[in-house]
Design a protein around this ligand. Sequence first.
Ligand code: NAP
Ligand code: GLV
Length: 309
Amino acid sequence: MRILVYRADSAIDLWAGDLRAALPQADIVTWREGEAPGHCDYAVLWAPTPAVLEALSEVKAIFLMGAGADAILKHRDALPSAPIVRVGDAGMGIQMAEYVTHAVLRYYRRFEDYEKQARRGIWQSLPLPPKEDFTVGVLGAGALGSRVLAALAPFGFPLRAWSRTPKRIDGVECFNGRAELDAFLRGTRVLVCMLPLTPDTANLLDRANLSKLPQGAYLINVARGAHVAEPDLLTLIRSGHIAGATLDVFRHEPLPAPHPFWEEPRITMTPHISGTTVRGESIIQIVGKIDALERGETVADVVDRNRGY
Ligand code: NAP
Ligand code: GLV
């Protein structure tokens, strides 16, 4: 069995090495620009260029090194017909739960304000917002969104989720589809974006939709930068309608040096680390799925090209 490995950064060799260790009987080859890889049975990759995809016309399946499929699906014209299989949680859910829980509690318990007070030598307790008004609304209730909702449940915040299809989640008020988006947003104090980036969800968090959040709302974006209309978010933060944002993802990454977000103290930023791929767990998942496919079985986490996720 021949498996092609591709990603643009130096982690390509770590992936190839770990795949060789996990599949000693397989021939693991890395794709380099300008080289013809020859026939491959499977590909394991991240953010391929069209040139990489053109070399994969015969593979039986393409495994992504992450959860989001947007970076491959954007090359629609170059996509081979093989199924595209993404990582399903594999250690990302717990990281997302840590990240989002921290951000929600930081806003609720007013740690931002205490940090400012401490720098000014002020010793003063601050009132908390009523918990019943501090509704956390999660956009996307899939593998990662549902893990975050479960992590938030013990704290007692009212929880709500928005998905494409109807859902029932214990202790969570569920909304679905565009028809229910306004109602979802109007009652959400902390908006957490955990959606895949698709033609339907790009720019969803624009001025019109962010304005539907109540005055003093917060945004936590751990999905993709292109969900947010960045100038609109800045406008609403500067007007005070949005009290603060925690952003892990940006339209252009790394965030360019002259960017107004760097100057805005009410925006907390991290460099796309909310849910990093755990290579070991992901490779176990990929190897299990290759075995299943070789036995003629179906596998989970196949990307639906029409839905875009
Ligand atoms: P998933 O299991 O496919 O879940 C996606 C959720 O979004 C589902 O609940 C789905 O609804 C909902 N959804 C999709 N399109 C929608 C629409 N048009 N309207 C309403 N809801 C919609 O994906 P996941 O594994 O949770 O990952 C979600 C995203 O997180 C990834 O695509 C990736 O972009 C991002 N991510 C970011 C990081 C990071 O480090 N920042 C790490 C990993 C992943 P249904 O349930 O009805 O299908
Ligand atoms: C990371 O952003 C992923 O989609 O796995």
